[in-house]
Structures are given as structure tokens and as C-alpha cells.
Design a protein around this ligand. Sequence first.
Ligand code: GTP
Length: 200
Amino acid sequence: MINQFVQYSGQTLDSVPLDTGVGKSSIVCRFVQDHFDHNISPTIGASFLTKTVPCGNELHKFLIWDTAGQERFHSLAPMYYRGSAAAVIVYDITKLDSFQTLKKWVKELKEHGPEDIVVAIAGNKNDLGDIREVPMKEAKEFAESIAAIFIETSARNAVNVEELFQKISKQIPPLENAEVESNDSFKLTRQPSQTTRRCC
Ligand SMILES: Nc1nc2c(ncn2[C@@H]2O[C@H](COP(=O)(O)OP(=O)(O)OP(=O)(O)O)[C@@H](O)[C@H]2O)c(=O)[nH]1
């Protein structure tokens, strides 16, 4: 059995501070390839990656859109989250601004995203705890207030990245009508046309 998941990961909205570099692509790279690149380039448009992981007697297939954090790409975001089962919203624990931006994303998803979308909040760069600006307690309480998954991660040190996706897969029901023909196949219901691959 295969479950299909589409993840969306994003930052940056109009009228909020620009927040690229929180580590969205690094989290995806760590998850898909178990690799970390100190000199990773900013995402242009979006990247699409997949990973299938065993989960008990099942195989869970993640279809991941890694979207750009730069403001000029914000208008593309709905193309990705509208067809998604889950959204991973990443902030940088060393940047309070990025946590404020996250709240704007939550608002946008509630207003314009799929009704039943699973929201996961990832506080990345927790290897930099000595320069932390966002207390874990505050972020956790916010996540609880919106019934979101919460976890702190370090893409650099491979901390809690697998766990993040495991938590998500547990919350997404199987796609009963999925058009799955074999363990290697998958189908997206919505595929945005503007895609740029990088990393992984
Ligand atoms: N210390 C530390 N640095 C990280 C971590 N994750 C990412 N970085 C660094 O943060 C920078 C930005 O990482 P990206 O993964 O490109 O961030 P992004 O959110 O995808 O950025 P955009 O593509 O511009 O939206 C890079 O220099 C990474 O090496 C982490 O867990 N710890």
C-alpha cells in the first residue's frame, strides 16, 4: 500500500520582513538525500522531490514541493499548497522575524489553503541554540493553539528531520482513491508548471 503526500514548505509574505534562508531546502535535502550543503543556493521558483519511506507494513510516498522564500515568488505559493495534504512551515529559531512570518503563513493557509490540510511547524537550526531568539515554549504553545504539529529540527545535524515527516504521515489518512499502479508510481492531482530543480 502506498500513501501519497504532497508537502508544501514556505516562508515570506507581502508586508512582512523578507525571510529566505530559514532552511526549507536544507530540511528537504536532509530528508531525501541525508545530505547537508553549507553553500546551498536560494530556491528559484520551486523544486520538486520525492521520497518513499517504509512505515510498518506500508510504504509512504512523499511528494514534496520546496518553494522559494524570496518575496518575488510569493504569488506562486497557492499553486503548491492548494493541492497539498500537508504544509511544513519553517522558521529559524535564531530569527524572531521568521517566527512572525510563520504566523502570517498560518493565516494565509487557514484562509486560502485546503480545509483539511495538516500543518506542521518546524523550528530549524536548533544546533544554534546559543543565539536562539524564539523560545521553544512560545512556538510550541502557538502550534498547540492551531492544532499544528510542532518540532524543532537541525538540517545541519540531522536532528528530528525524519521525525518531522513521520509525524506528518501519521496525521494524513491514506488516499483511498489514489491511482497507484505499482510501488514506484504516483500521481499528482495538480502540477504547477513553473519548476526549477536544485540541490538533491
Ligand atoms: N546552522 C544551521 N544552518 C542551516 C540549517 N539549515 C540550513 N542552514 C543554512 O541556512 C542557509 C539557508 O538554507 P536554505 O536551505 O537554502 O534555506 P531556504 O529556507 O530554503 O532558503 P530560500 O531557498 O531562499 O527560501 C544555508 O547557508 C544553510 O546551510 C541548520 O539546521 N543549521
